[in-house]
Design a binder for this molecule. Structure first.
Ligand code: GLN
Length: 309
């Protein structure tokens, strides 16, 4: 694609110079050890071009980016019935907030805040042992990325289980409203493990291809979800994918994207490309600081926006 390779190389070079890199997530001990100087970026076009820059082949903890894939799987299982248990509105609150749950009777605002993703994990647990549900999520992501080397970082999962007090609080609180159907510890086990999946920018951009291509893998033509569902997942990414920073991200970047506290962001240019960026330092909303800036620069350079033709 004209200009894409050069834009990516220039942005990566510029990001390498920056000293204001944000703060690495400190509340998950295993993540606090990551080198904040890391930066990677990948673009996979619908035509099959793969363009990489910086540390694009180094795996990192995808954390909440995994919620895009678990939502996709849960919608495949229970369809629109999911929306009886999870909302579709931006929360305007931090990703780990529990304050709205009391006002809204244990129904999380959307599937991308922690409480919403824990309900999604509970949905994926139906009829399964946690190990099987986790295996199903991993297999799904491997098949989307066309890469069987993707693994779960068990140390990150254990680190989060040992310190995830707010997630335990949210899960138990929702259980009191019957919005968690299994033992909260089991739903949390699934949740912590899918957050601990490690992927590189290349693998993440590959896994996001179906969302940039109306629900179908551009390589095989295989249908992952309907075109309508792909549009709806992208709509949720745009409105809720960056928590209480979602409005600002839409304003600055203008394309659907989902962030994680590992510093990764998966972004979609519908009809054009799937993008991934990784820089571990976070801004005040827990979104990758340089990752957001890099996507803003790339969208501007390529004239990409869902709000313009
Ligand atoms: N596993 C993380 C948590 O529950 C995910 C949060 C995130 O990536 N924003 O806190």
């Amino acid at each position: 694609m004209p200009g894409l390779e050069q834009a990516l190389a220039e942005i990566a070079a510029e990001m390498a110079q920056r000293t204001d890199r944000g703060d690495v997530a400190g509340y998950i001990p295993q993540l606090s050890k990551i080198d904040p100087m890391k930066f990677g970026m990948a673009a996979v076009t619908n035509e099959g071009q793969v363009i990489l820059a910086g540390d694009a082949d180094q795996p990192f903890s995808i954390q909440s980016v995994s919620k895009v894939f678990t939502l996709t799987l849960a919608l495949g299982k229970v369809g629109d019935g999911l929306w009886r248990r999870v909302g579709r509105e931006p929360s305007g609150n931090p990703f780990n907030s529990i304050i709205q749950l009391e006002h809204e009777n244990g129904i999380p605002r959307n599937p991308f805040i922690n409480a919403g993703a824990i309900v999604v994990s509970d949905v994926l647990l139906a009829g399964h042992q946690p190990r099987e549900a986790i295996g199903e999520i991993l297999r799904f992501i491997r098949s989307l990325a066309d890469d069987d080397t993707i693994i779960i970082d068990r140390e990150v999962a254990a680190s989060e289980r040992a310190t995830g007090y707010r997630n335990f609080a949210a899960a138990h609180y929702m259980k009191s409203f019957d919005n968690i159907h299994h033992a909260p510890e089991l739903a949390l086990g699934v949740y912590f493990h899918h957050c601990a999946i490690a992927m590189s920018c290349r693998q993440l951009a590959m896994a996001g291809r179906f969302l940039a291509n109306a629900g179908r893998s551009p390589a095989s033509g295989h249908t992952v979800v309907s075109a309508e569902r792909a549009r709806r997942i992208a709509a949720l990414m745009l409105t809720c994918g960056h928590y209480d920073g979602s409005g600002d991200f839409a304003f600055r970047v203008g394309i659907p994207a989902k962030s994680g506290v590992g510093g990764g962001i998966l972004a979609i240019v519908p009809g054009v490309a799937s993008l991934a960026v990784w820089s571990p330092g976070l801004n005040a909303n827990g979104n990758s600081k340089l990752g957001s800036i890099a996507l803003e620069k790339l969208a501007r350079a390529m004239n990409w926006s869902v709000f313009a033709p």
